[in-house]
Write a protein that binds this ligand. Structure first.
Ligand code: PBG
Length: 324
């Protein structure tokens, strides 16, 4: 009988040896927590499709950020739910608007302990729900939108944000934001570019989270799930325009893009474990169909194993204390 000469199982025989040879680390500082703040809310508002996630009040947002910092989470990404919307998303540019006020609050609360990031996009602020302004035919007007993003980023930088996340998938958005920031003297404000953001059904729960008014889809600006080379093209363009880090989104289903980008850019690569990924696990766990804790750790570890330096996840604060 020929016994195997090499026995990979030897390195799996105990917890200690498994830990010793583990190739992938998952650390609290590598996690970024996305958070929602709702204008004029007096109580945190639960998001039905994302059990455990809420639209925060100003106060509960500060507390959530303090909790994240205490857990060692590396950053927070802020999204807003404004009280008023219009065709051009004016509230997004208001220095006293909900997102800007939230940035100031959060920077004061924990700006030294973690990286405060903000979403630079119009979809929460437009009454049609698109990520940009529309032209007379009702199509998203790329270049007119760039001007809005540029101003929005400067307003956020003035409020003290460390990193802005342009997420609208407009061509040239990183360059427009970079040059506006620099012109306004914010050369130290960095850009986390949503480079490879796909037109995904997995954003469904997020749209409830931000009270999106979108009718239709975002297929004329977000990427086609069938394409990978295009993600590399987007990421290289973003780096050329001044991105300090690039992102793949969603994470599940798109993990092949993480090593692709990792191999071709020298900036950090982030991946966003989006609302639908969160909700799928939570729903299955609530039904007793899946071991929640193991599933979450497995998903997040998989994103790191694929090569992501930074992982955006709604589970950040809860799971950070459990990471080695
Ligand atoms: C757009 C934006 C979206 C998400 C983050 N930024 C939604 C969209 O493109 O429709 C989705 C995040 C998630 O699903 O968790 N500002």
């Amino acid at each position: 009988m020929a016994f195997p000469a090499d026995r990979p199982r030897r390195l799996r025989t105990s917890r200690a040896v498994r830990d010793l040879v583990a190739e992938t680390t998952l650390r609290p500082r590598q996690l970024v927590l996305p958070l929602f703040v709702r204008e004029a809310a007096t109580e945190p508002v639960p998001i039905a499709s994302m059990p455990g996630v809420v639209q925060h009040t100003r106060d509960s947002l500060r507390k959530a950020v303090a909790d994240a910092a205490r857990a060692g989470v590396g950053g927070v990404m802020l999204f807003a739910v404004p009280a008023t919307k219009d065709a051009v998303g004016s509230a997004a540019l208001d220095p006293e608007g909900v997102l800007t006020v939230a940035i100031r609050d959060v920077v004061a609360e924990a700006g030294d302990a973690l990286v405060v990031m903000s979403d630079v996009c119009l979809d929460e602020f437009t009454d049609h729900g698109h990520c940009g302004v529309l032209d007379e035919r009702g199509e998203v007007d790329n270049d007119a939108t760039l001007e809005q993003y540029a101003q929005m980023a400067v307003v956020h930088a003035e409020a003290g944000v460390a990193m802005v996340g342009p997420s609208g998938m407009m061509d040239g958005q990183v360059g427009a934001v970079r040059s506006a920031l620099d012109t306004a003297g914010h050369t130290d404000t960095s850009i986390l570019a949503y480079s490879a953001k796909y037109a995904s059904a997995l954003y469904g729960p997020f749209r409830e989270a931000v009270g999106s008014s979108l009718v239709g889809d975002r297929r004329t600006y977000q990427q086609d799930p069938a394409n990978a080379r295009e993600a590399l093209r987007e990421a290289l363009l973003d780096v050329g325009e001044g991105a300090d880090a690039v992102m793949v989104k969603p994470a599940s289903g798109y993990l092949d893009l993480v090593p692709l980008l990792r191999a071709h850019v020298t900036v950090p690569v982030a991946a966003y474990c989006v609302s639908g990924e969160y909700s799928m696990v939570e729903a299955a766990a609530a039904n007793g169909w899946i071991d929640r804790d193991r599933a979450v750790l497995e998903l997040l570890t998989g994103i790191r194993r694929a090569g992501a330096d930074i992982v955006l996840t709604y589970w950040a604060t809860e799971f950070a204390p459990r990471l080695g």
